[in-house]
Design a protein around this ligand. Structure first.
Ligand code: NAD
Ligand code: UFG
Length: 331
């Protein structure tokens, strides 16, 4: 298939482009590079020995997006483009609502106009808000805790309503848990343009000496050791989950948790990183981060059963691969 990948130069998008090319698909990437670099696409070409068509454009620009659909035969859309900092979304809600919701509207509209009926959307476990763990796909989405989370809830609703109105439209809402790790080549990985917000890139940058200390946001949660618990999924497994979602796309709305089903605490992740890589990660305990929940992990039985997909890589692979990428990575 010829697949339009928005945000394909970013962290999850780049690993998914790799997986799609390896699975024999062709990809067209749209990315405004606000949080990525075009050199990532060159690295994917090097790894796969395949071409990628790239347009450096903003998905909120309707006429630019329209021209891509007009000029290429597209079989499916993978929509990764989005702003993803939870804390920034609290400070800049309008920017987040505009970028993340308008992009979804424009793509859905183009799909309708050009009769494209396969759509895979990057959603997030954050849509579960303060539900009880493990999170199940059919939980009621009571309320996300931040504007970022709301943009995912709203985008899910838009795509669900499009599917209700058009019985031929197939959409997969993939709710990622915590994507971490990097491709084993060490060539592609998580390389945010600014100071990272997420735990793993912070750990790798502290280990490399780019930052002095990791701040651990709270050690008084009701968890195994007081620090926050998350379901860390290797980005290579996550990318393969997208290929499985495409292969099993049914008309209507398909919702899947993409996680491992296992929770790991911040202290456990830091310790594993130090042991696997034989490096030191200095840290200090600070206050809880606003909006954070104590525990977040998936029930993954639906994806395992219906997509016949399961995460294969564990915390050791994650720590080793994230560090390999960080060591090789030059800004
Ligand atoms: P990323 O920032 O690495 O990638 C997003 C890409 O989209 C970047 O390359 C950026 O330049 C591009 N982009 C942003 N807005 C754009 C626009 N208007 N037009 C064109 N390009 C635009 O982030 P990621 O971690 O790869 O996340 C991909 C998707 O998955 C996002 O939608 C994110 O919200 C979602 N998600 C991420 C996580 C996570 O922890 N990484 C968890 C759950 C969901
Ligand atoms: N944490 C720290 N110090 C840091 C960064 C994070 O202690 O410098 C802690 C957090 O408090 C949390 C855990 O590490 O307990 C993971 O935090 P991340 O920021 O890495 O990830 P979140 O779980 O907060 O959020 C991530 C993505 C969201 C996505 C969500 C889905 O950033 O986009 O996972 O589960 F919605």
């Amino acid at each position: 298939m010829q697949i339009l990948v928005t945000g394909g130069a970013g962290y999850i998008g780049s690993h998914t482009c790799f997986a799609l090319l390896e699975a024999g698909h062709r990809v067209i990437v749209l990315d405004n590079l606000c949080n990525s670099k075009v050199s990532t696409l060159d690295k994917i070409k090097l790894l796969t020995n395949k071409e990628i068509i790239f347009y450096p454009l903003d998905v909120t620009n309707e006429s630019s997006v329209d021209s891509i659909f007009l000029n290429h035969r597209i079989d499916a859309v993978f929509h990764f483009a989005g702003l993803k900092s939870v804390s920034e979304s609290v400070k800049k809600p309008l920017e987040y609502y505009y970028n993340n919701v308008v992009s979804t509207l424009i793509l859905a509209k183009a799909c309708q106009k050009y009769n494209i009926n396969k759509f895979i959307f990057s959603s997030s476990a954050t849509v579960y808000g303060r539900n009880k763990v493990p999170f199940l796909e059919d939980s009621e989405l009571m309320s996300a805790t931040t504007p970022y989370g709301e943009t995912k809830v709203i985008s899910e609703r838009i795509l669900t309503d499009v599917a209700k109105a058009n019985s031929e439209f197939s959409v997969s809402l993939l709710r990622y848990f915590n994507p971490v790790g990097a491709h084993k080549s060490g060539l592609i990985g998580e390389a945010p343009n600014n100071i990272p917000n997420n735990l793993m890139p912070y750990i790798t940058q502290v280990a490399k000496g780019k930052m002095r200390k990791l701040k651990i946001f709270g050690d008084d949660y009701p968890t195994v050791d007081g620090s926050g618990v998350r379901d860390y999924i290797h980005v290579v497994d996550l990318a393969l989950g997208h290929v499985a979602a495409l292969n099993n796309l049914l008309p209507g709305v398909n919702v899947y948790n993409l996680g491992t089903g296992k929770g790991t605490s911040v202290f456990q992740l830091v310790k594993a990183f130090e042991e696997v890589n034989n490096v030191h990660v200095p840290y200090e305990i600070t206050n809880r981060r606003s909006g954070d929940i104590a525990e977040c992990y998936a029930d993954v039985s639906k994806a395992e059963k219906e997509l016949k997909w399961k995460a294969k890589l564990g915390i050791i692979d994650i720590c080793r691969d994230a560090w390999r990428f960080e060591k090789k990575y030059e800004v």
